[in-house]
Design a binder for this molecule. Structure first.
Ligand code: ATP
Length: 267
């Protein structure tokens, strides 16, 4: 089987269309009438306070939570009722919160597991080139890596599949600032390979710097869907404060003052 590659990404269709999704756990409804689009080969930031439903949305898109209503299209193909495995085969990869690496396997074995059969060596070389921190640790057991290295491995394992759409849930969570820089750099590399990215991250401003578009969630609904540069930081941060949270750490490099008047208000 050949994995979909970066060369096949630009079909002119959006990488992802979520239409009117309702989903939840047991009898509890979490997502209500959620719609969003991620254009091919672009980065989209999915933001909002804890409990807004971001992880549930990523899990629904990747097939681990079944929607009760609505549809999900991957490059125009309806994947709403497909298993997570079939979605994965079609180029949709989730890097879950908490990393999801196989801790008892070596770094190399983790990468090989995600590789297309017959292309294991190339895949490992490709991952090592894109994630230099892992190069020296290929024989190490994944469980012995630092948190940042494990996160890097989780992304490298997704990267070797040459995903068409990568969903990344809180890649920088709990990591030291210098490692966070590495994580964002590796996300940039994945995006540069042609994959579309839908990313959830605590560092909202940094995510927005990378992103072309942004969605903001509040209590299971999308309350902003538009250009990343049009999202007003003060309105975004007010969402976190209203939910009883400290607003996400601000980036030094993004000037909120400049251009904030041109940004759209949240509803
Ligand atoms: P966080 O950043 O805290 O993960 P989030 O925006 O990703 O927030 P979700 O994790 O999707 O939000 O949670 C949305 C709601 O769904 C919350 O009220 C949460 O308690 C609930 N929830 C999450 N997972 C489950 C589960 N497995 N069973 C029942 N309820 C759940």
């Amino acid at each position: 089987m050949t994995a979909p590659t970066a060369d096949t990404h630009d079909t002119g269709l959006p990488a992802l269309e979520v239409r009117g999704i309702e989903s939840g756990y047991g009898r509890t409804t979490i997502l209500r009438d959620v719609s969003l689009t991620v254009a091919s080969s672009t980065v989209s930031a999915l933001l909002g306070p804890n409990g807004a439903g971001k992880t549930t949305l990523l899990r629904t898109i990747s097939g681990f939570v079944r929607p009760r209503k609505g549809s999900i299209l991957l490059f125009g193909e309806d994947i709403t009722n497909m298993s997570p495995h079939k979605r994965f085969q079609r180029g949709l990869c989730l890097v879950p919160e908490g990393r999801g690496v196989f801790r008892s396997l070596t770094v190399r074995e983790n990468l090989v597991m995600q590789s297309v059969r017959g292309q294991e060596s190339e895949a490992v070389d490709r991952a090592a080139a894109a994630f230099p921190l892992l190069k020296e640790r290929l024989r190490s057991q994944a469980g012995t890596l630092s948190g940042g290295q494990q996160q890097m491995l989780a992304m490298a394992a997704a990267y070797v599949r040459e995903p068409r759409l990568l969903l990344v849930d809180e890649a920088s969570f709990g990591l030291a600032p210098i490692i966070v820089d590495e994580i964002f750099a590796s996300l940039q590399r994945v995006a540069a390979s042609g994959a579309a990215l839908l990313m959830v991250d605590q560092f909202a401003e940094r995510a927005l710097q990378m992103a072309a578009s942004a969605c903001v969630m509040r209590r299971g609904s999308i309350i902003y869907d538009g250009a990343a540069e049009s999202l007003r930081m003060e309105d975004l941060f007010a969402e976190y404060v209203q939910a009883g949270e400290v607003p996400p750490a601000r980036s030094e490099s993004r000037s909120d003052a400049a251009g904030s008047s041109a940004r759209s208000r949240l509803d």
